[in-house]
Design a protein around this ligand. Structure first.
Ligand code: NAD
Ligand code: IPM
Ligand code: MN
Length: 377
């Protein structure tokens, strides 16, 4: 039988709570379609590990991850005890760079059963994908402090856009747009104020658009783009943005459709092929968009759907398309039924971020069982 080796890194906070139900869901999907997982569980890439060892990762972390087909990642961060830039640059951001995961794919959908805070919803669907540049841009390590401790204290951090880096994410976004019915790409820019890097971004989008005459292209400055996310979310299909703009938009989008608790994310190296001779294997990483949520950690009320949906994206990436379809259907069915049940005063499965009083465990089980039901086991 087909078998996939998965590095399981739950991390910190609610990462530890949403991972177990998500593993059960992808196992249920695998069972239905005749494949298997070998999970390799690691407690590193967490602040707990950092407290014990003084580092976020063991020395052989790279080999351990490269021995796997994909990485399934919860969330990292315990800002009360470890500065975020230490824990994140020591784990997630390092993985994205070292494995050249230059695409961060973050779908956003209005799913029946999840209440959106947007007013005047007219029943038309919201369904777009943010394609976030994931290895350069505003997230650079170039810069520093000078004249520290003096009145002239100055801090500089450079933004880096390379031709290769911009072109590959923009081209990926065009390809994705071409594959979708609306065939539309929106570029997030700020070339009115950020006068060197952003005009360059616009130039590359414009140049590459010539290769895709069948795709409609538009661009908005990031400020008004945020406003349009709230007021006209239906006009979007594929939205491409730099590392920072993509980060912001991918929390804003899911907040507009209901909650960041359901938002998934695929950090992809789309060109890597396992076992390619002479080339280092660079696994992709799948994670929820949200973080470790210290404010609700330990309460058992985190929404597990972001983690489960990220697992669905992992199955898709592994080529298990049918299993991925079933997982998505199960998520949709459970959300819809849960809302109906809630309205009828029956057992409430929806977690508090979806205006219910359900639990991580309860909602996770319901999705796991629905997957089982759909695949007939
Ligand atoms: P966060 O995403 O952890 O939480 C933001 C808010 O959303 C909180 O109120 C939280 O309770 C809520 N929330 C998040 N996920 C939820 C879920 N699944 N169900 C219900 N509610 C949920 O963002 P933050 O508070 O800015 O960051 C907390 C820590 O996580 C920091 O250390 C940060 O650096 C880190 N972080 C890590 C990742 C990651 O590992 N990928 C992503 C974002 C933030
Ligand atoms: C995300 C997160 C990370 C990012 C943080 C935790 C460094 O917000 O994955 O969206 O900014 O990329
Ligand atoms: Mn983010």
């Amino acid at each position: 039988a087909r078998s996939y080796t998965i590095a399981v890194l739950p991390g910190d906070g609610i990462g530890l709570e949403v991972m177990p139900p998500a593993l059960r869901c992808i196992e249920a999907a695998a069972k239905g379609f005749g494949f298997k997982f070998e999970f390799r569980h690691y407690e590193w890439a967490s602040c707990t590990y950092y407290h014990k060892h003084g580092t976020m990762l063991p020395p052989d972390w790279k080999q351990l991850l490269q021995a796997c087909d994909a990485i399934y990642f919860g969330a990292v961060g315990d800002p009360a005890t470890v500065p975020d830039h230490i824990s994140l640059w020591g784990s997630l951001l390092l993985f994205r760079r070292e494995f050249d995961q230059f695409i961060n794919l973050r779908p956003c959908r209005l799913i029946p059963g999840v209440i959106s805070p947007l007013a005047n919803r007219d029943g038309k669907k919201i369904d777009f994908v943010t394609v976030r540049e994931n290895t350069e841009g505003e997230y650079s390590s170039i810069g520093g402090r000078i004249f520290e401790g003096t009145e002239r204290e100055t801090v500089i951090q450079n933004t880096v856009f390379t031709r290769v880096g911009v072109d590959r994410v923009v081209r990926y976004a065009f390809e994705l747009a071409r594959s979708r019915p609306a065939k539309k790409l929106t570029s997030a820019t700020k070339s009115n104020g950020i006068s060197i890097t952003m005009p360059y971004w616009d130039e590359r989008v414009e140049a590459i658009s010539k290769e895709y005459p069948d795709v409609k292209v538009d661009k908005y400055h990031i400020d008004i783009l945020c406003a349009h996310f709230v007021q006209r979310p239906r006009i979007f299909d594929v939205v491409v943005g730099s590392n920072l703009f993509g980060d912001i938009l991918s929390d804003l989008g899911p907040a507009c459709t209901g909650t960041i608790g359901i938002a998934p994310s695929a950090n992809l190296n789309p060109t890597a092929k396992r076992g390619e001779p002479g080339k280092e294997w660079m696994p992709s990483l799948f994670e929820p968009v949200h973080g470790s949520a210290p404010d609700i950690a330990g309460k058992g009320i985190a929404n597990p759907i972001g983690m489960i949906w990220a697992g669905q994206m992992m199955l898709e990436h592994l080529g298990e398309t049918k299993a991925a379809e079933v997982m998505m259907k199960a998520i949709e069915n459970v959300l819809k039924n849960a809302k109906d049940a809630q309205l009828q005063g029956e057992k409430d499965l929806l977690t508090p971020d979806m205006h219910g009083n359900g639990t991580t465990e309860g909602l996770g089980r319901a999705i796991e069982e629905e997957i089982g039901r759909l695949v007939g086991i």
